[in-house]
Design a binder for this molecule. Structure first.
Ligand code: AHG
Ligand code: MN
Ligand code: MN
Length: 334
């Protein structure tokens, strides 16, 4: 009979691995978990409470903001703004940094998040999620600033996501492996269900929006042709699985093995709120994440809403993509 471990107990155990830990980090994650439970509750009854559909505003990316995007954003702000452990926040849905409310206690951590990932799937009941990334403050003043947000992904203290699917799960890492917890709604607790997740070194799934094929660079085109070839000896051809929610596509491939690609030239996905946190999870699970040219976690952040090409998943699949990309980019440059 496996033991029952709540996510709070797990985070406390993780915190004990860091001798200088003060418990602040545990309290920070606990506040975030409360926000996720509230979002999960609303997501699971979204069709009934008129929280579906669009608002009449457009975000910094020129995308129509869904009511549930806004609800998730506000819920995280309300839960985290007064938790006392943050010096600043930044969100995919906010053009600028989000200061801690006046009078609120400031802390030494930075929270960046995509409040609701997969918005286009809200109205059709497909899995969506929340992605989070936590850094330590690097500037001196009490209030955090943009510099505290624009840190390399390899410096993240913790990262993970909540996925609101057939069940609600939390998957996170603090640099000591990746662990998954499933929400038991009757208890209101996230219980350890996937201890130390490791992603298979090679999968048989590729996830890409084939509708963009005419825009792909030569390397991507060649790689996608390659995985479709019927090469029995190498587990080919792969199957295409693409939901259009990054968290759902990533989570499936993390567990089953495979590769997710949203290639360049610029890419659509955001470095701070999507690529960096998931790249930390992927690497901690034995996978990898690249722009094609370089490791995601080494990309220099230059702006809050910077986009990057994201190729992420099983390390052998990602390495194979990089070979195709670099050969073709080299060839194209000649
Ligand atoms: P978000 O809903 O936070 O804006 O993210 C949507 C992203 C990501 O979830 C998904 O992988 C990608 O958009 C799908 O883009 P396409 O519809 O262009 O394939
Ligand atoms: Mn997103
Ligand atoms: Mn989003």
């Amino acid at each position: 009979m496996s033991k029952i471990t709540t996510v709070q107990q797990h985070i406390l155990d993780e915190e004990r691995l860091h001798p200088t830990a003060t418990g602040d980090f545990t309290q920070l994650l606990t506040s975030l978990i409360v926000a996720a439970k509230i979002i999960s509750r609303e997501v699971n009854k979204a069709g009934l409470v008129k929280i579906l559909g669009e608002t009449d505003n457009v975000n910094v990316h020129g995308e129509v903001v869904m009511k549930l995007d806004e609800f998730a954003q506000q819920t995280i702000y309300r839960a985290m703004g007064d938790c006392g452990h943050l010096c600043v926040m930044a969100s995919e849905e906010s053009e600028n940094i989000i200061p801690i409310p006046d009078g609120g206690k400031r802390g030494r951590y930075v929270l960046m998040f995509d409040p609701l990932d997969g918005s286009s799937n809200i109205d059709v009941n497909a899995s969506i999620g929340t992605i989070f990334s936590i850094h330590r403050k690097v500037t001196d003043q009490e209030d955090g600033c943009e510099v505290d947000c624009l840190q390399h992904g390899w410096k993240q203290l913790a990262a993970g996501y909540f996925i609101y699917g057939s069940s609600t799960m939390m998957v996170y890492t603090t640099g000591n492996g990746v662990h998954g917890f499933t929400l038991d709604p009757s208890l209101g607790e996230f219980l350890l269900s996937h201890e130390r997740i490791t992603t298979p070194p090679r999968g048989r799934i590729y996830s890409i929006n084939e509708g963009n094929a005419t825009k792909w660079d030569l390397g991507t085109r060649r790689y996608i042709e390659h995985v479709k070839e019927d090469r029995k000896e190498r587990g080919h051809p792969y199957s295409l699985r693409y939901i259009g929610s990054l968290v759902a596509d990533f989570h499936r491939n993390l567990l089953k093995g495979g590769i997710f690609l949203y290639p360049g030239p610029k890419g659509k996905l955001r470095l701070l709120y999507e690529a960096n946190p998931l790249a930390m999870v992927a690497e901690q699970a034995g996978g990898s994440a690249t722009t094609g040219n370089m490791r995601i976690l080494d990309v220099e952040p230059t702006s809050l809403h910077q986009r990057v090409p994201l190729i992420i998943g099983s390390r052998e699949d990602v390495a194979e993509y990089e070979r195709f990309y670099k050969e073709s980019t080299g060839a194209a440059a000649d």
